[in-house]
Structures are given as structure tokens and as C-alpha cells.
Design a protein. Structure first.
Length: 363
């Protein structure tokens, strides 16, 4: 691969409930530019079920992916022959959707004789800040979405050390489940944040999970149960009760997150020295209260906080294309044998923490 020339990479994302395609250009100096980034969310298809239904997700990806890719290529103003590579998220995620995206990428790669790159979806989140700003390794990533809650040392492309993870529910999942039990619409995270603004965060003394522990792991299911227990005592449930429950739940998440990240940054320092930045990604990073808590953690640790724009924090094709471009520059290509993977550890050496209970948690 001639790394002295700009490269053009098509990225395809289908691991959960967003179908996305994007074209990204990487310059020889390592900087990146998004030429197109089209995301179609399946929220409407899943809303009446209160969560993502895997079979519906896979079918919805099939329905729209080819047109989405066509639009992304047109918007970028290029043809398939000009692509340097085609990248698809090959996992971790809902296997039906992953198969749709990876198979489509393989077909394009085969027909146009283009290199294929099978990207780890978590790696794509991890590398996104290098697309939006010139960030050098190593840095510390806090990834919190509907399926993942991790603190990761990003030491280089393909070089990740997991410093902490959830032992049960993912953070976005906990927000969604609390919203559901309170009768708020799906997806629940933004709703809980909105309703919490009008509530009293001190009314319910919910537990602060894992506070003070020497490891940097998270736990959210006990907190969710505490909300459920409190809820069952509140009859009839008034709007103010819902607001207070949301505010008190969110306050517990914030305090736990700040504590876990402070420990995570210490673990980082011990292994890699001072991180170049603390980076946040995933849908939960869209939460303003969480952003403020991260700001405090970063200020206390005297490191820069980088949160990519919301559209690049949540699932999108540009992050997959960019991870593909970073891999391409290092000659890290895949073959037609690349397998779709429901589970795919970012850090192959990460051990499953004691108490591990949830297969959605991103191990
Ligand atoms: O990264 P993402 O778009 O998709 C994946 O899960 O991969 O994250 C979606 C998750 C959902 O659980 C959603 O409820 C949560 O992120 N989320 C939020 C907020 N916005 C999205 N959680 C809390 N506060 C928010 N404002
Ligand atoms: Zn994601």
C-alpha cells in the first residue's frame, strides 16, 4: 500500500439498529475527511417492542443497505473503481445484521477487486477521535452505549487494553430499562435525561455501584433493581415521582461513572504513563449530565477531554470507514474468509471479571 497518497474508504455499519454507509478520505499525513456519512435509524421499527428485535433489525438492514451505499457514493462524488478499500463492521453485534453488512462489503470487494477490511465495531469507536482531530496514541477511551460500557487504553491501531468493563448491564441498556419500567418511550436514555431535569436527585438514595473499588469495572443491574423496588412502593405514581426517580437514578450513574473513570485513569497511568486525552464515545456520551461529570474527572486529572460530535459518538459509517483507512495505511487487510462475529473482544487478553452475567455487555 502506498501510504504517501490519499486513500478513499467506504464504511458499512449494520451491527445493531442503525444502517449506515459513509466514504472517508485519509490523507498521507494521517488526517481524515468525511465525504459522506448516511445513517438510517430503525428506531420506529423497534419502538413498539420497547427494544431492538434482532430479526426485524436484520431484515431492515437488507431493505435499505444497497440504496444507502449508493447514496453515500453519490454524495462523495466517486465510483467504486476509485475506492482504496471497503470496510464493514464484522462484529461484535447482532449476528443477522453483521452478516448483511459484511456480505455486502465482500460482494463489492469481489466485484470491484477492492481490498476488504473487517472492522471491529469497538475499534471504530476507539479510533473516531483521530478522524476529527490530530490525536496521538496513547489515550483513554470511555465507551458507553446500549451494548457496551468499557474503559480502554488505546495504545495504537489494533493495540487495546481493557482497563474496566461492566459486569452486568451496559450503561445505555440500564437507562433504557429504567425508562421502560417508568413508562417512558424507547430509546429511553434521552427520555430519562429529559425527565430528570425536572426532578430531585436527592429524593431517593440509590446505591453508587462499585464505588471505591480498586478495579475500574462497572455494575448497573443492582441500581436498576433499586429503582424497580422504589417504584413498586409508589402507588399511585405521580409525574413528580417519575422525575425524581430519573434524577436520582442518573445521579447515582454519574457518581459511579466519575469514580470508575478516576480509577481507570490511574490504572492507565500505571501501565502507559499520562494519557494524551480522555475520549468519550457511544450514545450515552450524548447525555449532558454525563458530559459535565467527565469534564470534572478530566479537569481533576489535568487531561484533555475529547467527545466527538454526537453524530460520530453514536453508531455511524464514517467511524467504520476511518478504522478501515487506519488499518489500510498499516497494510492490515482481510480476506474473503473474514467471519461475522456476534462477540469479538477488542482486547484479546481481557479476562471476564468475577460476577460477569450479561452477554450483551461487550465481552
Ligand atoms: O451508541 P449507540 O447509538 O448504539 C449502541 O448501543 O451501539 O447508543 C445507544 C444507547 C441507548 O441505550 C440510548 O438509550 C443511550 O445510548 N443514550 C443515552 C442518551 N442518548 C442515547 N443514554 C443516556 N442519556 C442520553 N442522552
Ligand atoms: Zn456502537
Amino acid at each position: 500500500m502506498d501510504t504517501s497518497k490519499p486513500t478513499l474508504v467506504l464504511g458499512i455499519e449494520t451491527t445493531c439498529d442503525e444502517t449506515a454507509a459513509a466514504v472517508v478520505e485519509r490523507q498521507a499525513d494521517g488526517s481524515g475527511k468525511i465525504l459522506s456519512n448516511i445513517v438510517r435509524s430503525q428506531t420506529e421499527e423497534h419502538a413498539r417492542f420497547g427494544g431492538v428485535v434482532p430479526e426485524i433489525a436484520a431484515r431492515a438492514h437488507v431493505d435499505v443497505l444497497d440504496r444507502l451505499i449508493d447514496s453515500a457514493m453519490k454524495e462523495a462524488g466517486i465510483g467504486f473503481a476509485q475506492l482504496s478499500a471497503v470496510a464493514a463492521a464484522a462484529g461484535p453485534g447482532l449476528i443477522g445484521g453483521v452478516i448483511v453488512g459484511l456480505t455486502t462489503a465482500k460482494a463489492i470487494a469481489m466485484v470491484h477487486n477492492t481490498p476488504l477490511i473487517a472492522v471491529n465495531h469497538l475499534e471504530a469507536h476507539a479510533l473516531t477521535p483521530r478522524l476529527t482531530c490530530a490525536l496521538a496514541f496513547p489515550y483513554c477511551l470511555f465507551l458507553a452505549s446500549g451494548g457496551h460500557t468499557q474503559i480502554v487504553a488505546v495504545a495504537g491501531v489494533g493495540n487495546y487494553v481493557r482497563l474496566g468493563t461492566t459486569v452486568d448491564d451496559a450503561m445505555g441498556e440500564a437507562f433504557d430499562k429504567v425508562a421502560k419500567m417508568l413508562g417512558l418511550p424507547y430509546p429511553g436514555g434521552p427520555e430519562v435525561e429529559r425527565v430528570a431535569r425536572g426532578g430531585d436527585s436527592a429524593r431517593f438514595a440509590f446505591p453508587r455501584p462499585m464505588l471505591g473499588r480498586a478495579d475500574a469495572n462497572f455494575s448497573l443491574s443492582g441500581l436498576k433493581t433499586a429503582v424497580r423496588n422504589e417504584l413498586s412502593r409508589l402507588t399511585p405514581l405521580e409525574a413528580i415521582d417519575v422525575a425524581d426517580l430519573c434524577a436520582s437514578f442518573q445521579a447515582a450513574v454519574l457518581e459511579s461513572t466519575a469514580d470508575r473513570l478516576t480509577v481507570g485513569l490511574k490504572l492507565f497511568e500505571d501501565k502507559f504513563g499520562s494519557p494524551r486525552a480522555l475520549v468519550a464515545a457511544g450514545g450515552v456520551a450524548a447525555n449532558q449530565a454525563i458530559r459535565t461529570a467527565l469534564q470534572d474527572v478530566a479537569a481533576k486529572a489535568q487531561i484533555t477531554l475529547i467527545i466527538p460530535p454526537p453524530a460520530l459518538c453514536t453508531d455511524n459509517g464514517a467511524m467504520i470507514a476511518w478504522a478501515g483507512a487506519e488499518r489500510l495505511a498499516l497494510g492490515m487487510l482481510d480476506t474473503m474468509d473474514a467471519a461475522p462475529r456476534a462477540r469479538w473482544l477488542l482486547d484479546a487478553n481481557a479476562v471476564v471479571p468475577a460476577g460477569f452475567a450479561n452477554t450483551r455487555a461487550g465481552f
